[in-house]
Design a protein around this ligand. Structure first.
Ligand SMILES: Cc1cc2nc3c(=O)[nH]c(=O)nc-3n(C[C@H](O)[C@H](O)[C@H](O)COP(=O)(O)O)c2cc1C
Length: 193
C-alpha cells in the first residue's frame, strides 16, 4: 500500500496567520500518520474574484486549473480557514468556486472534489475557535462531493495557542488535531488501497 496523499492548505495568506500555523501543525501530525503531504500556499495561486463574464471572455485561469489538478492528484484534503463574520475567508471561497469550474482539461477528466476525503479546521483569536465557519465550510465541501471525516478542530485563543515550533500548546486542541489527522489518514488510506 502506498502512503495516502494529502493536500494541505490555509484559507489565509496573512503573514503570521494562525490558520497557516494550524496547517503546519496538521502537516506534522499527518506525516506521523504516514501520509505524504503536499503543503501549498494560496499566495502561489492568485485568482481574480470569480465573475461569469470574465470566465466567458478569458476562460478559466491557469491557476484554477493547476489547483484543480493538484486536488485531483491527492486522496485527501486538509483545509484550515479563518472565520470572517461567521463564515470562511473570501480567499478560500473564491478558490473553491474557481476550482469547481474546472472539470476537464486537455489531458482528461479532472475530479477535484468528488470522492476525496476531507478534514476541516479553524483557528481564531476568540474563545470559539471559528466553529461557525466550520459549519459553512463543511456544507460547501459536502455539496461538492468531498467526504468529510466527522472529527474537526477549532482552536480558540489562537494567538497564544502555538509554541515556537508551531505545535499546539493546549492539550485538548492537540488531541482534537491528532484525532482529526488520524481519521483523515485512515480514511484516505482506504481510498488509496
Ligand atoms: C472581516 C473580519 C471578520 C472577522 N470575523 C470573525 C468572526 O466572525 N469570528 C472570529 O472568531 N474572528 C473573526 N475575525 C478575526 C479573525 O479570526 C482573525 O483576524 C484571524 O487572525 C484571521 O485568521 P489568520 O490569522 O489565519 O489570518 C474577523 C476578522 C476580519 C478581518
Amino acid at each position: 500500500m502506498t502512503a495516502p496523499k494529502i493536500l494541505a492548505l490555509s484559507g489565509s495568506i496573512r503573514d503570521g496567520s494562525i490558520n497557516t500555523r494550524l496547517v503546519d501543525a496538521a502537516t506534522a501530525e499527518l506525516v506521523q500518520h504516514e501520509c505524504e503531504v503536499t503543503r501549498i500556499s494560496l499566495a502561489d495561486y492568485p485568482l481574480p474574484i470569480y465573475d461569469g463574464d470574465l470566465e466567458s471572455q478569458d476562460g478559466i485561469p491557469e491557476n484554477a486549473k493547476k489547483l484543480a489538478r493538484l486536488f485531483h492528484e491527492h486522496d485527501g484534503l486538509f483545509i484550515a480557514s479563518p472565520e470572517y463574520n461567521g463564515s470562511l475567508s473570501p480567499l478560500l471561497k473564491n478558490t473553491i468556486d474557481w476550482v469547481s469550474r474546472v472539470s476537464s482539461d486537455e489531458k482528461g477528466d479532472l475530479v477535484p472534489y468528488r470522492g476525496k476525503i476531507g478534514a476541516v479546521a479553524a483557528a481564531s483569536p476568540g474563545g470559539m475557535g471559528g466553529i461557525s465557519m466550520l459549519y459553512h465550510l463543511r456544507e460547501i465541501l459536502t455539496r461538492l462531493g468531498v467526504l468529510l471525516v466527522a472529527e474537526q478542530v477549532a482552536v480558540g485563543n489562537g494567538f497564544s495557542a502555538f509554541d515556537d515550533m508551531d505545535k499546539l500548546t493546549d492539550e485538548r486542541s492537540a488531541q482534537f488535531l491528532e484525532a482529526t489527522c488520524k481519521s483523515l489518514a485512515q480514511k484516505a488510506a482506504l481510498l488509496n488501497r
